[in-house]
Design a protein around this ligand. Structure first.
Ligand code: 13P
Length: 254
Protein backbone atom coordinates (compact mmCIF):
# COMPACT_ATOMS: atom_id res chain seq x y z
CA UNK A 1 0.00 0.00 0.00
CA UNK A 2 1.33 3.43 -0.92
CA UNK A 3 2.21 5.26 2.27
CA UNK A 4 3.82 8.52 3.26
CA UNK A 5 7.14 7.66 4.86
CA UNK A 6 9.93 9.72 6.37
CA UNK A 7 13.00 7.60 7.07
CA UNK A 8 16.19 8.71 8.78
CA UNK A 9 19.56 7.26 7.87
CA UNK A 10 21.97 7.93 10.71
CA UNK A 11 24.86 6.45 8.71
CA UNK A 12 27.97 5.83 10.91
CA UNK A 13 27.15 8.49 13.47
CA UNK A 14 26.36 8.63 17.22
CA UNK A 15 27.67 6.47 20.02
CA UNK A 16 25.21 4.23 21.87
CA UNK A 17 24.09 6.82 24.44
CA UNK A 18 23.78 9.58 21.85
CA UNK A 19 21.65 7.35 19.63
CA UNK A 20 19.29 6.39 22.45
CA UNK A 21 18.90 10.04 23.47
CA UNK A 22 18.20 11.18 19.93
CA UNK A 23 15.66 8.43 19.35
CA UNK A 24 13.91 9.21 22.66
CA UNK A 25 13.70 12.88 21.70
CA UNK A 26 12.22 11.99 18.32
CA UNK A 27 9.64 9.67 19.90
CA UNK A 28 8.55 12.40 22.33
CA UNK A 29 8.31 15.08 19.66
CA UNK A 30 6.39 12.76 17.37
CA UNK A 31 3.95 11.91 20.16
CA UNK A 32 3.28 15.59 20.85
CA UNK A 33 3.35 17.02 17.36
CA UNK A 34 2.64 14.48 14.65
CA UNK A 35 -0.99 14.26 13.66
CA UNK A 36 -0.91 12.52 10.30
CA UNK A 37 -0.82 8.90 9.22
CA UNK A 38 2.76 9.06 7.98
CA UNK A 39 5.18 6.28 8.86
CA UNK A 40 8.43 7.22 10.52
CA UNK A 41 11.49 5.01 10.26
CA UNK A 42 14.89 5.37 11.87
CA UNK A 43 17.74 3.37 10.31
CA UNK A 44 20.53 3.32 12.85
CA UNK A 45 23.89 1.59 13.15
CA UNK A 46 23.56 -2.00 14.38
CA UNK A 47 24.53 -1.21 17.97
CA UNK A 48 21.45 0.97 18.53
CA UNK A 49 18.89 -1.29 16.96
CA UNK A 50 17.95 -3.41 19.96
CA UNK A 51 17.60 -0.38 22.23
CA UNK A 52 15.66 1.83 19.85
CA UNK A 53 13.40 -0.99 18.68
CA UNK A 54 12.39 -1.55 22.32
CA UNK A 55 11.61 2.18 22.66
CA UNK A 56 9.71 2.13 19.37
CA UNK A 57 7.19 -0.39 20.75
CA UNK A 58 5.43 2.38 22.66
CA UNK A 59 5.68 4.92 19.86
CA UNK A 60 2.99 5.49 17.32
CA UNK A 61 4.04 4.95 13.71
CA UNK A 62 7.76 4.79 14.50
CA UNK A 63 9.73 1.81 13.18
CA UNK A 64 13.39 0.95 13.06
CA UNK A 65 15.69 -0.39 10.40
CA UNK A 66 19.26 -1.38 9.59
CA UNK A 67 21.50 0.15 6.94
CA UNK A 68 22.81 -3.12 5.53
CA UNK A 69 22.60 -6.91 5.88
CA UNK A 70 24.59 -9.84 4.52
CA UNK A 71 23.09 -11.80 1.65
CA UNK A 72 23.50 -15.23 3.28
CA UNK A 73 21.34 -16.74 6.01
CA UNK A 74 24.15 -17.34 8.51
CA UNK A 75 27.61 -18.81 8.75
CA UNK A 76 31.31 -17.99 8.72
CA UNK A 77 31.14 -14.34 7.67
CA UNK A 78 33.13 -12.61 10.39
CA UNK A 79 31.91 -9.11 11.10
CA UNK A 80 28.70 -9.39 9.09
CA UNK A 81 25.07 -9.41 10.19
CA UNK A 82 22.09 -11.38 8.90
CA UNK A 83 18.52 -10.43 8.06
CA UNK A 84 17.28 -12.85 10.72
CA UNK A 85 19.44 -11.20 13.37
CA UNK A 86 18.13 -7.75 12.45
CA UNK A 87 14.54 -8.97 12.44
CA UNK A 88 15.00 -10.62 15.83
CA UNK A 89 15.54 -7.29 17.59
CA UNK A 90 12.27 -5.91 16.27
CA UNK A 91 13.46 -3.88 13.26
CA UNK A 92 11.20 -3.81 10.20
CA UNK A 93 13.27 -2.14 7.51
CA UNK A 94 16.69 -2.30 5.89
CA UNK A 95 18.32 0.21 3.56
CA UNK A 96 19.82 -1.63 0.60
CA UNK A 97 21.85 -0.29 -2.30
CA UNK A 98 22.75 3.03 -0.74
CA UNK A 99 25.22 4.78 -3.04
CA UNK A 100 27.81 4.83 -0.24
CA UNK A 101 27.67 1.02 -0.10
CA UNK A 102 27.78 0.80 -3.88
CA UNK A 103 30.75 3.18 -4.12
CA UNK A 104 32.85 2.31 -1.05
CA UNK A 105 32.02 -1.37 -0.53
CA UNK A 106 31.67 -2.48 -4.15
CA UNK A 107 28.04 -3.55 -3.86
CA UNK A 108 26.70 -4.49 -7.29
CA UNK A 109 23.12 -4.79 -8.47
CA UNK A 110 23.63 -8.55 -8.62
CA UNK A 111 24.67 -8.72 -4.96
CA UNK A 112 21.87 -6.35 -3.99
CA UNK A 113 19.28 -8.57 -5.66
CA UNK A 114 20.33 -11.34 -3.23
CA UNK A 115 20.15 -8.98 -0.26
CA UNK A 116 16.66 -7.91 -1.32
CA UNK A 117 15.57 -11.56 -1.38
CA UNK A 118 16.87 -12.41 2.06
CA UNK A 119 15.42 -9.20 3.52
CA UNK A 120 11.95 -10.06 2.21
CA UNK A 121 12.30 -13.65 3.43
CA UNK A 122 12.79 -12.34 6.97
CA UNK A 123 10.03 -9.70 6.76
CA UNK A 124 12.37 -6.76 6.53
CA UNK A 125 11.12 -4.13 4.10
CA UNK A 126 13.99 -3.10 1.83
CA UNK A 127 14.37 0.62 1.21
CA UNK A 128 16.06 0.07 -2.13
CA UNK A 129 18.20 3.05 -3.13
CA UNK A 130 18.90 4.06 -6.69
CA UNK A 131 20.34 7.21 -8.21
CA UNK A 132 22.79 8.62 -10.69
CA UNK A 133 26.17 10.27 -10.24
CA UNK A 134 26.90 13.87 -11.25
CA UNK A 135 28.53 12.69 -14.49
CA UNK A 136 25.54 10.51 -15.33
CA UNK A 137 23.17 13.42 -14.71
CA UNK A 138 25.25 15.79 -16.84
CA UNK A 139 25.62 13.34 -19.70
CA UNK A 140 21.85 12.77 -19.68
CA UNK A 141 22.15 8.99 -19.19
CA UNK A 142 20.48 9.03 -15.78
CA UNK A 143 17.24 7.45 -16.96
CA UNK A 144 19.09 4.39 -18.25
CA UNK A 145 21.11 4.16 -15.01
CA UNK A 146 17.90 4.22 -12.97
CA UNK A 147 16.28 1.61 -15.19
CA UNK A 148 19.30 -0.69 -14.94
CA UNK A 149 19.43 -0.42 -11.14
CA UNK A 150 15.75 -1.34 -10.94
CA UNK A 151 15.96 -4.11 -13.52
CA UNK A 152 18.95 -5.82 -11.96
CA UNK A 153 18.15 -5.09 -8.33
CA UNK A 154 14.43 -5.74 -7.93
CA UNK A 155 12.73 -6.84 -11.17
CA UNK A 156 13.37 -10.50 -10.41
CA UNK A 157 10.74 -10.19 -7.65
CA UNK A 158 7.20 -11.49 -7.96
CA UNK A 159 4.52 -8.81 -8.13
CA UNK A 160 3.35 -9.76 -4.60
CA UNK A 161 6.77 -8.95 -3.17
CA UNK A 162 6.41 -5.39 -4.37
CA UNK A 163 3.96 -4.75 -1.54
CA UNK A 164 6.94 -5.13 0.75
CA UNK A 165 9.49 -2.83 -0.76
CA UNK A 166 10.10 0.89 -0.82
CA UNK A 167 12.21 2.66 -3.44
CA UNK A 168 14.39 5.65 -2.59
CA UNK A 169 15.66 7.92 -5.35
CA UNK A 170 18.89 9.43 -4.11
CA UNK A 171 20.88 11.31 -6.74
CA UNK A 172 24.49 10.79 -5.67
CA UNK A 173 25.34 14.43 -6.44
CA UNK A 174 22.76 15.59 -3.90
CA UNK A 175 23.88 13.40 -0.98
CA UNK A 176 25.58 15.32 1.79
CA UNK A 177 26.39 18.16 -0.59
CA UNK A 178 23.67 20.66 0.30
CA UNK A 179 22.77 20.48 -3.39
CA UNK A 180 19.18 19.25 -3.48
CA UNK A 181 17.47 18.07 -6.64
CA UNK A 182 14.80 20.61 -7.52
CA UNK A 183 11.25 19.40 -6.93
CA UNK A 184 10.83 19.21 -10.73
CA UNK A 185 14.03 17.20 -11.22
CA UNK A 186 13.04 14.77 -8.47
CA UNK A 187 9.45 14.48 -9.68
CA UNK A 188 10.63 13.73 -13.21
CA UNK A 189 12.69 10.76 -12.01
CA UNK A 190 10.02 9.54 -9.58
CA UNK A 191 7.45 9.53 -12.37
CA UNK A 192 9.93 7.65 -14.54
CA UNK A 193 10.50 5.04 -11.81
CA UNK A 194 6.74 4.51 -11.55
CA UNK A 195 6.49 4.23 -15.34
CA UNK A 196 9.24 1.60 -15.56
CA UNK A 197 7.68 -0.42 -12.73
CA UNK A 198 4.30 -0.14 -14.49
CA UNK A 199 5.79 -1.49 -17.71
CA UNK A 200 7.51 -4.38 -15.95
CA UNK A 201 4.52 -5.31 -13.76
CA UNK A 202 1.34 -3.26 -14.03
CA UNK A 203 0.14 0.26 -13.34
CA UNK A 204 -1.81 -0.67 -10.20
CA UNK A 205 1.33 -2.01 -8.64
CA UNK A 206 3.30 1.04 -9.82
CA UNK A 207 0.71 3.32 -8.21
CA UNK A 208 0.90 1.44 -4.91
CA UNK A 209 4.64 1.58 -4.30
CA UNK A 210 6.10 4.27 -2.04
CA UNK A 211 8.99 6.19 -3.63
CA UNK A 212 11.09 8.39 -1.35
CA UNK A 213 13.46 11.20 -2.26
CA UNK A 214 16.87 11.48 -0.58
CA UNK A 215 19.69 13.99 -0.90
CA UNK A 216 20.18 17.12 1.23
CA UNK A 217 16.54 17.08 2.30
CA UNK A 218 15.82 19.52 5.14
CA UNK A 219 12.81 21.17 6.83
CA UNK A 220 12.98 24.05 4.34
CA UNK A 221 12.98 22.12 1.07
CA UNK A 222 10.91 19.12 2.17
CA UNK A 223 7.45 20.76 1.71
CA UNK A 224 8.05 21.49 -2.00
CA UNK A 225 9.62 18.10 -2.64
CA UNK A 226 6.93 16.15 -0.80
CA UNK A 227 4.11 17.99 -2.57
CA UNK A 228 5.13 16.47 -5.90
CA UNK A 229 2.70 13.88 -7.23
CA UNK A 230 5.10 10.94 -7.22
CA UNK A 231 7.16 11.74 -4.12
CA UNK A 232 5.88 9.85 -1.08
CA UNK A 233 8.38 11.07 1.48
CA UNK A 234 12.09 11.22 2.15
CA UNK A 235 15.22 9.35 3.15
CA UNK A 236 17.02 11.81 5.36
CA UNK A 237 20.74 11.77 6.19
CA UNK A 238 22.24 14.77 7.99
CA UNK A 239 18.94 16.29 9.11
CA UNK A 240 17.92 13.00 10.79
CA UNK A 241 20.68 13.56 13.36
CA UNK A 242 18.79 16.55 14.79
CA UNK A 243 15.51 15.67 16.48
CA UNK A 244 13.98 19.10 15.71
CA UNK A 245 14.85 19.00 12.00
CA UNK A 246 13.83 15.37 11.55
CA UNK A 247 10.49 15.88 13.30
CA UNK A 248 9.82 19.02 11.27
CA UNK A 249 10.39 17.02 8.09
CA UNK A 250 8.00 14.32 9.37
CA UNK A 251 5.42 17.05 10.09
CA UNK A 252 5.30 18.08 6.45
CA UNK A 253 2.67 15.31 6.17
CA UNK A 254 0.60 16.53 9.17
P1 13P B 1 21.87 13.76 3.30
O1 13P B 1 20.44 14.03 3.69
O2 13P B 1 22.85 14.02 4.39
O3 13P B 1 22.22 14.42 1.99
O4 13P B 1 21.95 12.18 3.02
C1 13P B 1 21.02 11.58 2.23
C2 13P B 1 21.18 10.11 2.33
O5 13P B 1 22.17 9.57 1.88
C3 13P B 1 20.14 9.34 3.01
O6 13P B 1 20.31 7.98 2.81
Amino acid sequence: MRKKIVAGNWKMNLDYQEGISLFSEVVNMVKDEVRGEQDIVVCSPFIHLYGISALAKDANNVSTGAQNIHQEESGAFTGEISAKQIRSVGANYVILGHSERRAYFGETNELLAKKVDIAIKYQLTPIFCIGETKEERESGEFFSVIKEQLTQGVFHLEADDFENIVIAYEPVWAIGTGLTASPEQAQEVHAYIRKVIGEQYNTTLADEISILYGGSCNPKNAPDLFSQADIDGGLIGGASLKSRDFTDIVKVFN
